[in-house]
Design a protein around this ligand. Structure first.
Ligand code: DX5
Ligand code: ZN
Length: 224
């Protein structure tokens, strides 16, 4: 029996009812979530528009666990401070949308937040090489970002295991978060490849038996 009890679950509120965000955050936070994943989209880097720092500030009081903010926006350096002021504990910026990645990572760390770098499915991993020693986590996208409820891209676990290899080769303490299409069928693939944190939106909020059962199901799918 594998011990995967250290694996963290981060429900994505992109699949919540937007009119009741606070309640949906509390629901996950009280049902065993390890953090809440907040997808910020600007309608430019990705087609959808979601929320800004005011929303993060509003939902913060509904959560007993850290907020993991995923910035799918261009020029994230202009918004990083506002999201940290609003209560973000981790800020993930995309390698594809950030002109001066090292500077932006320093900006995040200087404010005391954790810094993550997100990478799209088609982006080669070489872009992580120089930034890896400066970050707390890599966010591997297993779908093309922009929408909830998409299918996990087959073979994403190959990329996850190569990130894992890069991290251990460099002897670093960097966590791997995987985002997109994670459910009770795919979670195991990501975890076996080296994922430490699983983001799940639709698999948690659209589950017919509710958020608590969905989180338990995800956990049991990786525990045996
Ligand atoms: C995709 C977002 C994900 C999304 C995941 O652009 O970054 O966080 O909400 O949703 P599911 O788990 O439904 O694929
Ligand atoms: Zn996300």
């Amino acid at each position: 029996m594998l011990d995967n009890s250290h694996i963290q679950i981060a429900p994505s509120i992109l699949s919540a009812d937007f009119a009741e965000l606070g309640r949906y955050v509390a629901m996950a936070s009280e049902s065993g979530a390890d953090s809440i994943h907040v997808d910020i989209m600007d309608g430019q880097f990705v087609p959808t528009i979601t929320w800004g720092p005011r929303t993060v500030e509003a939902i913060k009081k509904w959560s007993n666990v850290p907020l993991d903010v995923h910035l799918m926006i261009y020029n994230p350096e202009n918004q990083v401070d506002s999201f940290i002021d609003a209560g973000a504990n981790t800020i993930n910026v995309h390698v594809e949308s950030c002109n001066h990645l090292n500077r932006t990572i320093q900006q995040i760390k200087a404010r005391g937040a954790k810094a993550g770098v997100a990478i799209n499915p088609s982006t080669p991993l070489g872009v992580l090489q120089e930034i890896l020693p400066f970050i707390d986590q890599v966010l591997v996208m297993s779908v093309n970002p922009g929408f909830p409820s998409q299918k996990y891209i087959p073979g994403s676990e190959g990329k996850i295991s190569r990130v894992k290899e890069m991290i251990s080769q460099a002897n670093l303490d960097v966590t791997i978060e995987v985002d997109g299409g994670i459910n009770a069928d795919t979670a195991r693939l990501a975890v076996d490849a080296g994922a430490d944190i699983l983001v799940a939106g639709s698999a948690i909020y659209d589950h017919q038996h509710g958020v608590k059962s969905a989180i338990e199901l995800l956990r049991s799918s990786i525990s045996s």
